[in-house]
Structure formats: structure tokens, C-alpha cells
Design a protein around this ligand. Structure first.
Ligand code: ZN
Length: 391
């Protein structure tokens, strides 16, 4: 099996599954609504679609190797309590009511306490976010007490916390600029992750406040290594991070742009204008993007794909998803011969399906779009290894 990256159509929300060739899974965010809440596309059952892509363990329990929460907004963790098992594995209910189905086991959690701290200062966390936080704390406590954790209790902390709160957790901590490849206790030779965000806690109170207000998120650059090709695919994913954060990412990486290059980019914040600009798309006469934020998001390699995890994008004043932001991404793609996808439009606005990119040594292979799907064609990916810089 070739590895893949699957973007599920979950409205203005995220749910992305990386599946490696040994079937290891990394799930980032969920937005699992009740069918009745899914007005745009009531026929699509995201929870069932997710479970279809998951393996089951020897006790027939569906599982993910990793669940990463990019940040604790509802459109990124909705459905956690309903669809995922939280608490010790010994308390797993293997005989749930028929209509509920078996809950998904999370073998390892990737969590960022800084992001929770920042989010908690600007708004009240939703019930699913609180449940995630409690589960993360439960796992950290097990590590603190035992110095180790088992599958089902494992946790990786992304980003050092304030006032030494992550002291003693060094073996389960990754910091900004770190590259790691350990997944649920095992080193992968197929994928590695570079930590680009959250931006560390700032001494400067004003700066720290801005980071809190900009949807601080985990930002990772995934590198796939396939058949001896060490950078077969670069995937950049940054939750809902907004303009100020992308300016910081540029500031920190402009001397080494390979750290922010991509073949696959998920547009931050559901293709929001606020990820690239301080102006208002709906109110300002002539809104202008921030060149630094755009530069951070412009390091596309030849034949790159940019994906908006959002509702369909219309030519209007809506934001997100925003027509103007899409236009900026299209112009990035134009210079590298790339292509844009929107989960809410694939393959058809009326009948969406998960958007699956298969990863080979030549790079990501896109699924066919509607017209091409009719003829069964598959769109090829880029084939030169030369990065193209711009921005
Ligand atoms: Zn969001």
C-alpha cells in the first residue's frame, strides 16, 4: 500500500488523515457533526467515512496511531467525546448501543499546552476541547508517575510550556525547529515531522497577546521518504494560524526556506483572508495581503497542490472561505504549474467525497477532478526535484 493523505469534507473545519504504507495513521483534527447539522451535504457521513479508512486492533477496536489537535476550536475537535474513547483502555466499552458504534482508540495524542493556554485566554473552550485537555493531562500524569506510557496512554507534547511547566517531560516533548519521526513509540523511516509552530511563548506581552489572537496552531512540515527518495513529498499543515503567525514563520525560516516548502499545502483557516492579511475582505475597499505572510505560504515546489478544507468558495464577500485568498493561492500555483482543490467542491459540491492524495517517489498524485473522473484519468504530479522559490 502506498502512503496517502486524505482530506475529509467537513464543511469549514478540518479532518486530515495520513496513512503510511505499514497502515500507521496520523489523524489531525475532526469536525464530526450529527447528520442533521450537515445541511450542505447531508448524504456524507464523515464519521463513517473516517472509520472506513481506519484499521481495527486484535480486539476489533478501530484506532488511530496518533490524534493531533492543531488547536482547540470546535470545528477542529467536534465529536471527540462521541466518537473517540477517552480514559484508560481498560474502561473501553466493547458492547455499545448499536446506533453508537465502537469508539475509536487513540494510541498516542499529540498536544500543545501553549495553544490551549493561548486559546483559553481569548474564549471559553467547547466541551470536546475540555475533554481533549483532560485526556492529555491524564496521559501526562501517567508519564510523570511511571516515567513511561503504554499504547492508549501515550502523549507527545508539541512546544515548551511557560514557567517550566514542561520540565521533566523532555522525553515526550518536541520543540520548535525539532524534526522527529517517532510515532506511537516506533521510529518511522517513511515520514518525519518538523515543528514550525506553535511559535514559542514571548517575553514581550504585546507579541504574546497577538499570537493568542491569531488562532495559534500546531504547524508541521511532514516529509515523506519513499523508495529511497528522501523528500518525495512535503506536506505543510498549520491549522487556523493567521497572518501575524505566518509573518513570524517567515521571519524564522526565511534563511532556510526548505523548512517551509511543500508539495501539499492545506490553506490555513479554511482559506481565510485573515491568514494572509490584516485588512478585512468584506469591509475594506482594496484589501492587501501581507507580503511576509504570503512568502511563508508561497514556498511551493513544482506541481504543488493547495487544498482548502472548507465550504465551496464563492466569488463574494464571505470569509472564510474567501475568494480573494483563493486568488492568492492560485497565483502561487500558477508559477509552479500546480492545482487547487476544495474539500467542499470535490468531486462535486452536491456529492462530496474524501480528497485522497497517494504519495509515491515522484510526489503526491492528485485524485481526478469531476470532468477527468468521468474518463477515469489520474492527474500526475510534478517531476523535478528543484524547488522553485518566490515570494
Ligand atoms: Zn477552523
Amino acid at each position: 500500500m502506498k502512503p496517502s493523505v486524505i482530506f475529509f469534507p467537513v464543511d469549514n473545519g478540518d479532518m486530515t488523515l495520513i496513512k503510511l504504507s505499514d497502515k500507521t495513521t496520523i489523524l489531525t483534527d475532526i469536525n464530526l457533526r450529527e447528520a442533521a447539522e450537515n445541511e450542505d451535504n447531508p448524504a456524507f457521513d464523515a464519521a463513517a467515512a473516517l472509520k472506513d479508512h481506519l484499521e481495527t486492533d486484535e480486539k476489533k477496536r478501530p484506532y488511530v496511531d496518533v490524534f493531533l489537535l492543531s488547536h482547540p476550536d470546535q470545528d477542529h475537535c467536534r465529536g471527540l467525546k462521541k466518537y473517540f474513547h477517552l480514559g484508560p483502555l481498560s474502561e473501553y466499552n466493547d458492547d455499545p448501543p448499536e446506533e453508537d458504534g465502537l469508539k475509536i482508540v487513540i494510541r498516542e495524542i499529540w498536544s500543545s499546552p501553549i495553544i490551549f493556554r493561548r486559546a483559553g485566554k481569548t474564549h471559553t473552550l467547547c466541551e470536546d476541547a475540555k475533554a481533549f485537555s483532560a485526556e492529555a493531562k491524564r496521559r501526562v500524569n501517567i508519564f510523570r508517575n511511571n516515567g513511561t506510557t503504554q499504547e492508549g496512554d501515550r502523549i507527545l507534547i508539541i512546544g515548551e510550556d511557560e514557567n517550566g511547566k514542561t520540565e521533566g517531560l523532555e522525553t515526550i516533548l518536541v520543540k520548535i525547529d525539532d524534526i522527529f519521526s517517532k510515532i506511537n513509540g516506533k521510529n518511522s523511516n517513511e515520514i518525519s515531522m518538523r515543528v514550525l509552530g506553535p511559535i514559542p511563548i514571548q517575553e514581550d506581552i504585546e507579541k504574546e497577546e497577538k499570537l493568542g489572537k491569531n488562532h495559534s496552531s500546531v504547524i508541521l512540515q511532514y516529509t515523506f521518504s519513499i523508495d529511497g527518495q528522501e523528500d518525495a513529498c512535503l506536506f505543510l499543515s498549520g491549522g487556523d494560524a493567521e497572518v501575524y503567525i505566518w509573518e513570524q514563520v517567515w521571519e524564522l525560516n526565511k534563511g532556510n526556506t526548505s523548512a517551509i516548502q511543500y508539495d501539499l499545502l492545506m490553506t490555513p483557516h479554511h482559506c481565510s483572508w485573515h491568514s494572509i492579511s490584516y485588512d478585512s475582505w468584506s469591509k475594506d475597499e482594496n484589501p492587501k495581503p501581507s507580503q511576509d505572510a504570503l512568502s511563508a505560504l508561497s514556498q511551493a515546489r513544482e506541481g504543488a497542490f493547495i487544498i482548502s478544507s472548507s465550504k465551496p468558495i464563492k466569488n463574494d464577500k464571505n470569509d472564510p472561505p474567501c475568494w480573494g485568498a483563493k486568488a492568492e493561492y492560485l497565483s502561487i500555483l500558477k508559477s509552479v504549474g500546480g492545482e487547487f482543490f476544495c474539500t467542499g467542491e470535490h468531486p462535486d459540491k452536491e456529492a462530496t467525497e474524501p480528497l485522497k492524495f497517494t504519495i509515491s517517489a515522484e510526489g503526491p498524485q492528485a485524485p481526478a477532478k469531476k470532468s477527468a473522473a468521468m474518463s477515469g484519468a489520474v492527474i500526475g504530479a510534478r517531476r523535478s526535484r528543484e524547488p522553485l522559490y518566490h515570494g
